[in-house]
Design a protein around this ligand. Structure first.
Ligand code: SF4
Length: 473
């Protein structure tokens, strides 16, 4: 089944032959996880500790069919606070703090690499934060030297770094390119001055444009821009102007996130006045307008909040059915083991997930005691592995083949998932998926709602959780 681009009208987004109307969005717009993992991180438990993690790491030593590694490093420092922020970050102007953090990262990287043994072929690296470029050139060079000493990057490895345009110039971008980074993601969010003031993140178009041009000149292969709709002071007209500017910058990928205002969970968001937020109706109109404009401009809808140019790797992976999801969202890198370093980093090794402590104090204390800073995690059961495969297949809008599932997992899909298949009927009836005795497939009309469809297979939903899930719109 193909899921190509869309045409437009005022209150619908139309993939070929299919119109996604406001009414459909209102009917199926539910709150739910984004499924960068299954089970989702709020289901990880404190019974999982460093010994469990060490066991999973060492189980990879000497195995002949080890997947490549994906390495994530969390760099939590930022110079100023963006009021919408839900990340684990530390606001400080004291750049001395990153030197100490780096020393602990060195320790953690060495501890994990020791457990993994010599075969540490790595196909992906991502520096996230916080603000990775809070670190100066010497610090970033040191970090890359440490990583390269312990992990062997494949020639086609994807090395990505998140960039706050306020913190870089052409020298920084040349330095990052020189260190091997080939993908970058710019946090833009919105170009409107009133919105930028309301979220305390001032970055005029000229600043972003200069950084983006510099990254292209420095040789970055793929540039992403993050946008957020639903921010304070945002209007349909103001976001339309933001999109004019974004389209002029012509990034390879665009992520269009929905702002979830959860001030009881995220302290920074208490600085946002609820009265300044667009209404639910305005958000819906902003979302529909944005979809239409991006699709009209030639971007392809990859899934959830992600758009890419037709020749971008993400779209190629979507077309050849090799698209996957991991903690960074959609990725072309299939089923890598993931090791995370730094506070709040998350890992996925074999049938396990692990999550590191969130505070610097705890992070330093664990490492001072020679322990890995693992605070929670999860050991997947056979049923979890099966459901993960199904949910991830659906999230990537790939056909689900019942026979293949039977061969791989030894279950009869129809009887094992009898209750789930009954719950899928509402989506079938709405034309969002098609099903026969061989399998099921999400239709173009269903692609906006993959989260809701995937949730049918999530056995944890309905059980208590500390998380509040965001809505589609
Ligand atoms: S949005 Fe990014 S730059 Fe802003 S406070 Fe959060 S982590 Fe730091």
């Amino acid at each position: 089944m193909s899921a190509p681009n869309a045409a437009v009208s005022d209150n619908t987004v139309s993939f070929p032959d299919i119109e996604i109307s406001e009414a459909l969005i209102r009917r199926f717009d539910s709150s739910g996880p984004r499924y960068t993992s299954y089970p989702t991180a709020d289901r990880f438990n404190a019974e999982f500790d460093q010994n469990d993690y060490l066991g999973y790491l060492s189980s990879r030593v000497g195995a002949s069919n080890n997947p490549l590694l994906s390495v994530y490093v969390h760099l939590p420092f930022c110079e100023s606070l963006c009021y919408f922020c839900a990340c684990n970050k530390i606001i400080t102007q004291d750049h001395e703090r990153s030197a100490e953090y780096l020393r602990y990262l060195d320790k953690e990287i060495a501890l994990v690499a020791d457990q993994l043994g010599p075969d540490r072929k790595t196909g992906q690296l991502h520096l996230g934060g916080g603000t990775p470029t809070f670190l100066n050139t010497a610090e970033l060079t040191h970090l890359m030297d440490t990583l390269r000493r312990h992990f062997e990057f494949t020639p086609d490895a994807e090395l990505g770094v998140e960039i706050d345009p306020r913190t870089v110039n052409d020298k920084t971008l040349n330095m990052l390119s020189g260190l091997g980074f080939n993908r970058t993601s710019f946090g833009v969010q919105d170009f409107d001055p009133d919105v930028q003031a309301a979220v305390n993140r001032i970055q005029p178009l000229a600043m972003v444009e200069a950084a983006l041009n510099a990254s292209r000149q420095a040789g970055f292969e793929s540039v992403n821009i993050d946008l957020i709709y639903g921010l304070p002071k945002q209007t349909l007209a103001s976001f339309d102007h933001t999109l004019d500017k974004v389209l002029r910058l012509s990034p390879d990928r665009i992520a269009l996130y929905n702002y979830a205002h959860l001030p009881s969970r995220f302290k920074a968001q208490r600085l946002i006045k609820a009265a300044d937020l667009p209404s639910a109706e305005e958000r819906l109109q902003i979302f529909l307008m944005s979809m239409r404009r991006l699709l009209e401009a030639g971007y392809v809808y990859i899934g959830l909040d992600h758009f890419a140019k037709p020749d971008d790797e993400l779209n190629k992976a979507r077309l050849d059915k090799s698209l996957h999801r991991n903690f960074q969202g959609y990725t072309t890198r299939a089923e890598y083991d993931m090791v995370g370093f730094g506070v709040s980093a998350i890992g996925k090794v074999g049938r396990s997930y692990s999550a590191s402590v969130r505070s610097l104090k705890a992070y330093y204390q664990y490492l001072d005691e020679g322990r890995l800073p693992i605070e929670r995690g999860y050991k997947l059961t056979d049923d979890d592995v099966l459901r993960r495969q199904i949910i991830m297949t659906l999230m990537c809008s790939m056909p689900l083949d019942f026979q293949a599932i039977r061969q791989e997992h030894g279950i009869d899909f129809s009887s094992y998932f009898d209750a789930e298949l009954k719950r899928l009927a509402q989506f079938e009836e709405a034309g969002m998926l098609v099903r026969d005795e061989n399998g099921l497939c999400i239709t173009p009309k269903g692609r906006l709602f993959v989260r809701a469809i995937g949730m049918v297979f999530d056995k944890f939903l309905g059980r208590p959780t500390v998380s509040t899930y965001s809505k589609l719109i």
